[in-house]
Ligand binder design. Sequence first.
Ligand SMILES: [Zn+2]
Length: 429
Amino acid sequence: MNENTDTLPPETCEILESLRQCPRVPAPTTLLSTVLLRTGTGDAYASAETPIGPVFVAYNQRGISALTRADEPEQFEVGFRKRFGRPICRVTALPESFATAVAAQLSGERSWAPEFDLRNATAFERSVLLKALEIPRGEVRPYSWIAKEIGRPGAVRAVGTALGHNPVPLLIPCHRVVRSDGAIGDYLLGSDTKRAVLDSEGAAPDIIERLGRQGVRYIANPESHTFCLPTCGGDHRRIDYTQRGLHSEREALAAGLRPCQDCRPATAIAHAMAANVAGGDDFRSSLSSLSDSVSTFALRKGSVMTGTPRFSLATVVLDCSDAHALADFYSRLLGWPVTLSEPDWVLLRCPSGGTGLSFQAEAWYRPPVWPEKPGEQTKMLHLDILVDDLDAAGTHALEVGAVLAGYQPQDDVRVYFDPAGHPFCLFVQ
Ligand SMILES: [Zn+2]
C-alpha cells in the first residue's frame, strides 16, 4: 500500500496499519469450495475411480452435476465453466455420501442411486436421462424404447441427441442404449468405451450385435406366453435364440405372446389391448384366438396348429423410401398417433380402434405412376378416405403435404398424392 494516508481519518489509518501488521496467511484450501457450495453459486469436483479409469466428478448441493474422463484439471474446469456457466474448484475427495452413491451406482447397487443436478438439461432431455436411469445393469434398450416410454415415439433421433448431452455418463447409463438393429452405436466417451463398459457390466455386446445382425429383436418366453427385449433379465448369454428368437413385434403377436411387464418391449399390442374400444376388442379377441390355437410357442415353431385359426386385419402397410416421413404425413392428415416406431417401420392406429396403417421403408421403392401406363410401376393399392367436407378436407390435405393429382376422374372424389407418390382418394358419401 503506497497511498498517501495524510488525508485519511486517524481511525482508518489505524486500521490500515493494523492490517499491514497482519501475518500473511493463505486462505484455508476448503474455503472456496465451501463458499461456492454453501451459497449455491458453484460446484466442487474430485477424481474418482471407475471401470473406464479415473474420472472427474463435479457436484453441488443439488447433486452430481458432471462426470468426464480425468484429463488435465484446468481443461476440465474451463470446459465446466463454459458448459454450465458456474465457477468450480477442486477438492481432495468426494464427500462420503457422494463417494458411496457413485460406487454403488457403478456396481449396479440400485438402492444407493445418487441425486443428480440436471438443471441445465431441457425438460425433454431430463425425461430421456431419467428413463435411461431405469435400465438395469447388464441390459440394454433401443433408442426407440426410450422414445416410446417417455410418450414421444416419433422422437427417436432426438433421444440420441439428448443422450449425447448426458452430463453424467456412466452414472446415468446412456451406454445401455443401443440401436434397434443391435448395433452398439455412438457414445459420448467413444464407441470402444461403450463396448468395454457394457462388457464389464455383463451385457455381452458381441451377443447383442450378433442378434442384431440376425434380425432378432425379441425373445419368446413360452412358459409365461410373453415376449421380451433380448437382454431382459440379463440372462441373454444363456438363451437359445434359434428356438426363441423373434424378428418383429408382429411375429410375437402372431404367436399369441404378450409384452413382458418388465422390459415393456412393444406398443402396438399394448395399445390395442389397453384401448377400451371396439377395435381394441377385435384385436384382443384375435390375440386370444391366436393364443388358443397354439398351445405353446414351441408348437408354433414346429408348425403344429390345432383348430381353425381366426384372422383379423391388423394393419395395411404402405411401402416407401422414408417410413418416418410418410407416417408423419398420415399422422397429421388423419390425426392418428404413432404407436410403434422402428428405424424402417412406423405404425399408426386410429385412437378409436380398427385396422392400423403401417409404413415400411424399402431401399428400392419406386413411386407408382398414376393414371397407370403400360410398362410403368402400378399403384397396387390405394387408400379411400371418407370425409364430410371435400373442400375443407382437401385444404387440410394440401396443408400437411399432399399434392392434388392432375387427373380427376370423378366429381365426388378427389385424388391426391402423398409425399411418397401414392395416390389416395378423399370422397363424400
Ligand atoms: Zn422382459
